[in-house]
Design a protein around this ligand. Sequence first.
Ligand code: FUB
Length: 348
Amino acid sequence: LPTHAFGAEDAPGAPASAFRDQPLVTSIYTADPSAHVFGGKIYVYPSHDIPTDIPNDDLGNQYAMRDYRVLRMDRIGGKVTIGPVALDVKNVPWASQQMWAPDAAYRNGTYYLYFPARDKTKDKNGLGTFRIGVATSKSPMGPFKAEPKPIAGSYSMDPAVFTDTDGKSYMYFGGIWGGQLQRWAGGKFDPNGSDTDLGRNDQPALSGKVARMGADMKSFAEKPRDAVILDENGKPVLTGDHERRFFEASWMFTRGGKYYYTYSTGDTHFLNYAIGDNPYGPFKYTGHILKPVQGWTTHHSIIQANGKWWLFYADTQLSNKNHLRNVKVTELTFNADGTIQTIDPLQA
Ligand code: FUB
């Protein structure tokens, strides 16, 4: 399989012994892992990070990814196979750049790859608007063929598709700052809007979005709704509450009849969870899943496999550069009351 070697510009990170877990693959850079069990095997749909000279900024321009590669393993801890290019931005008619965090789903013999990318419009920064696309394949490894247009009514980024026990599927999505969610606060896209948040610290935070998918898995069956996170008093978490408010990286799973809405807090670098009674929420903030990793971003997925629960996440161990990340996996432990034991990724 084609791979690319690490460039000479990549500085070494901390020693491997400093980390709780080790990278799943080392011949390519990967991040934002969305893991699924399809046909008894474990597939991971990550972002495929690439070297660039673009400096770090709040818009995430340094995350200049152009394609996707799928990882496959028979079991956690087993050999990891890196698939060939599953989808390239050059084959997505509406997209211009930044193939960010993807997810995948399966229905009726077809695999669906969901991905965000900037379209070909230009905002005040000369950059496109993030939309969410879908591509299909008969194989979980791809190659995937993109639909000619993004999903109607989609915007922002970080799609995560969850299928409930009744067969209904929902897409959770959105992200502030470079993910542009704040630019949609007025109901339509503001090309001149804020590059970070709305700056209203004492007001309810912007929420991630959730929409039920159409039966074709390529459309929304409804207008996206807010996935609201409530505090201990039943009030929405506020914009200024940076350790609890939603930033990006939605992921939903169910356990014991409860809906666990999980997400990243971005600039405070936590993975958090909030629990609800249904796929739409509201969700009550419950705690941290993962303390900050090495690197700026933190983005994950949670699945059950081989009879255990697993957290897939990423850090920058291999490169010590924010935009060159590596995917890892670690076991997740639940307490008897359904709460999650917080993981410290730097505690070996
Ligand atoms: O990988 C690019 C972006 O960084 C993702 O879409 C975010 O979740 C963050 O990990």
